[in-house]
Design a protein around this ligand. Structure first.
Ligand code: ATP
Ligand code: PAU
Length: 243
């Protein structure tokens, strides 16, 4: 039975192991894609989707990569972990110590570099928020800041009297109690980061494309930004360049 499954398998599984969650994407032979979860949590995912090859990017502890590699080895599935490189496909990483740039950022940078626009700002709104500038297909650098939940928990941990709830506000306003002041303040930080990023990026070009992804996208006031594209598959788009 196991042998039959392996011989029938021909689909590719892309895996993005982030700090909060692991996402995956099945790429079928006909090009169709399906977004799924963590293959180490849902042990049927690989069998039911006839996976013959796994490509991983991870910003988690090394043990996640080792466990997935072992799992693939046991199931006779080809496995490769893609890591940040000094350059790829003609795009150089802005970090001298390139190994320290998160591979999730690297994938988004490479996805942006494959686009036709000259100047692209890539933003991820996850556990952490990141911004990276890609100009003429080169990575010029970026920012790392706490994400919405992280900013809130830092406030709760480091102050005696600030408390909150688990709401994600869908607009901005001035709060009239502690919880709403925290929520609106941290939401303003998300939007403010992008506005500041645009200001800096406009030194390179006033014609700017913005690509955004991550679990906190609904915190952005999308209508306030020109030429902005929400793309949940940015990391997978970058990873697909290695296929
Ligand atoms: N319903 C929601 N509305 C708005 N924001 C949310 C919601 N649910 C989660 N978030 C935000 O999304 C974050 C998680 O995003 P994501 O799943 O992209 O994280 P991750 O990829 O694991 O982290 P990272 O990319 O930083 O490693 C949470 O920390 C939270 O701030
Ligand atoms: C910043 C995060 C956590 C965003 O997921 C990730 O890209 C990471 O762990 N980066 C390592 C540090 C860096 O990119 O400089």
């Amino acid at each position: 039975m196991e042998g039959k499954l392996v011989s029938e398998a021909r689909n590719l599984l892309l895996v993005d192991a982030g700090n909060t969650s692991v996402k995956s994407c099945v790429v079928k032979a006909n090009g169709e894609t399906i977004r799924l979860g963590d293959p180490l949590r849902d042990r049927d995912l690989i069998n039911t989707n006839k996976i013959s090859r796994v490509l991983l990017v991870s910003v988690r502890a090394q043990s996640y990569s080792e466990n997935l590699q072992q799992y693939c080895f046991d199931k006779q599935i080809r496995f490769r972990e893609v890591t940040t490189s000094e350059s790829a496909f003609g795009t150089a990483c802005a970090y001298e110590n390139y190994q320290t740039l998160g591979v999730d950022r690297w994938m988004m940078i490479l996805a942006a570099a494959a686009r036709p626009e000259d100047t692209i700002l890539v933003m991820s709104i996850g556990t952490a928020m990141t911004l990276d500038l890609v100009h003429n297909k080169q990575h010029l650098g970026g920012w790392i800041a706490p994400g919405f939940d992280l900013a809130k928990s830092a406030l709760f941990q480091k102050t005696a009297n600030v408390f909150g709830n688990a709401d994600y506000p869908n607009h901005n306003a001035f709060g009239d109690n502690t919880e709403s002041c925290v929520n609106f303040g941290c939401r303003a930080q998300v939007n403010g980061l992008l506005k500041e990023g645009i200001k800096c990026a406009e030194e390179y070009s006033t014609k700017l494309k913005i690509l955004v992804c991550g679990g906190g996208i609904s915190l952005l006031d999308l209508s306030e930004f020109d030429d902005i594209e929400v793309n949940e598959n940015l990391i997978f788009e970058g990873l697909m360049r290695f296929v």
